[in-house]
Design a protein around this ligand. Structure first.
Ligand code: GLN
Length: 493
């Protein structure tokens, strides 16, 4: 029983909980046990909160017996350690916040708690969500559960702990944030589903800021429907975030069953890259064939400014990060360097000790592109590119309802392989950053395995606030792909 409890979908678990086939405590205990058995190998969690989780499960059991349980009652989740959680340490995987215990709850996690979800702990990530491999975490790298024996692969990043935990059955779902691909890329590399909703759909209140105009909270699940259920709970207008969208939250889970008959699916030809692995190209073609077979029409579209997306992202994101991270100065909260009283020394020492190499690199790039002599040459130009990328999407969505591309240009790679070469690392994000720059919804769906048996995802992008179509297309791909492979390292094995 214990291992099968860590395999269930959220819908199946909710139904069984309501039918009292097992209790929320049993379901949570199975996940707590799975974490205890596997996390020494995966390092998916920075902070485990088993007592809080079991107490939450007991509350869910009480609500289930009373008949007033929320829609996620008793569902055990992992929370990316970038979401502030009242009384539970929130580190952003940085030494500078290594002992930070927030006095308040992020809106997204508050929404999940309102609906009865149980939090198993805080998941590992790249420091301040800057990275594509989880290797920049001050709490050590996460191992991809699909790693073959004797070789540690990265889970992707930055939300690598969340993706690894869900993939391995340590959590039924998890939260992530996607600034340049940090939900979709790790979802693809770990063989699960991940959704980045429209900018403003999920509140950023209480999410440690990386690049505020690009930060998108969103869910991970083992299926498209699980993502839809989680997003339904996480999303919603929040007056505490001035960029939050005052829009009703549709029934995302219902949209998964809509099918794709009559939909027009665009293939942006600029995403067909020289040197892209043949099997990724083949999977993309397969995905298009599946959608055609399911009744959609596939047409070529052009997104001519795609090639500038990565360059624009790696200017805008560091620029905003350098400004957001100015608050970590050792004065008000977080780490404080030991000095003899000189204020400049305090800033210098605190930030030199507190930030890792990648974060320091971003701060330097960001400060440079915002400096008086270079602002127009870099930052202003990048913003113009951003506007053009949005315009490309707007024009494409005049002709099609959704776009299909690969999520990543490669499958999971080995730890250490790209860490000394930032530009190669940044290339991981080539297919994911355009949707962040444009703020449009995009998800990764597990669609197949490569020759080495590693998962590959396909990306569906949609119109702003039309997550429903993205879910419908994602669910159609999931159904045709029939992806049932599970990682080697997983609960109950
Ligand atoms: N890999 C990208 C970066 O390093 C994206 C990170 C993210 O989405 N948080 O900036």
């Amino acid at each position: 029983m214990t291992s099968s409890l860590t395999e269930l979908s959220i819908a199946a678990a909710s139904e069984a909980l309501r039918a009292r086939k097992f209790s929320a405590r049993e379901l949570t205990q199975a996940h707590v046990d799975a974490i205890a058995a596997l996390d020494s190998q995966l390092n998916a969690f920075i902070t485990q909160t088993p007592e809080l989780a079991l107490a939450g499960a007991d509350q869910a059991d009480a609500a289930l017996s009373r008949g007033d349980a929320g829609k996620l009652a008793g569902i055990p989740l992992g929370i990316k350690d970038l979401f502030c959680t009242t009384g539970v340490r929130t580190t952003a995987a940085s030494r500078i916040l290594g002992h930070f215990v927030p006095p308040y709850e992020s809106t997204v996690t508050a929404n999940l708690l309102r609906d009865g979800a149980v939090f198993l702990g805080k998941t590992n990530l790249d420091e301040f969500a800057m990275g594509s491999s989880n290797e920049s975490s001050a709490f050590g790298p996460v191992t991809n559960p699909w790693s073959p024996p004797g070789k540690a692969l990265v889970p992707g990043g930055s939300s690598g702990g969340s993706a690894a935990a869900v993939s391995a059955g340590l959590a039924m779902g998890a939260t992530g944030t996607d600034t340049g691909g940090s939900i979709r890329q790790p979802a693809s590399l770990c063989g699960i589903a991940g959704m980045k909703p429209t900018y403003g759909r999920c509140s950023r209140y209480g999410v440690v800021a990386f690049a505020s105009s690009l930060d998108h909270p969103g869910p991970f699940g083992r299926s498209v429907a699980d993502c839809a259920t989680l997003l339904g709970s996480m999303a919603g207008f929040d007056p505490k975030d001035s960029t939050s969208a005052d829009r009703a939250v549709p029934d995302f889970a219902a949209a998964c069953a809509r099918g794709v008959k009559g939909l027009r699916i665009g293939v942006p030809r600029e995403y067909r890259q020289d040197g892209m692995a043949q099997e990724i190209d083949a999977l993309w073609e397969q995905g298009l064939a599946w959608l055609r077979d399911a009744g959609a029409t596939v047409v070529d579209v052009s997104l001519p400014h795609t090639k500038y997306g990565l360059a624009a992202y790696y200017i805008v994101a560091p620029a905003e990060a350098s400004s957001n991270l100015a608050r970590y100065d050792g004065v008000r909260f977080g780490l404080r360097g030991q000095t003899n009283g000189d204020l400049d020394d305090l800033y210098e020492l605190t930030r030199a000790e507190g930030f890792g190499e990648e974060v320091q690199r971003r701060i330097l790039i960001g400060t440079y592109v915002l400096s008086a002599g270079y602002y127009d040459a870099y930052y202003t130009r990048a913003q113009k590119v951003r506007a053009l990328i949005l315009r490309d999407f707007t024009e494409a969505f005049g002709q099609v309802d959704a776009l299909l591309t690969p999520t990543t240009p490669n499958a999971a790679f080995a730890q250490g392989e790209k860490v000394d070469d930032p530009v190669t690392m940044y290339l991981n994000d080539v297919f994911t950053v355009p949707a962040d720059l444009a703020g449009i919804p995009a998800m990764s769906v597990p669609a197949g395995l490569d020759g080495a048996g590693l998962p590959l995802g396909l990306q569906v992008m949609g119109r702003p606030f039309d997550e429903e179509t993205v879910f419908a297309v994602g669910a159609a791909i999931e159904k045709s792909a029939g992806f049932t492979a599970r990682p080697r390292l997983r609960a109950g094995v």
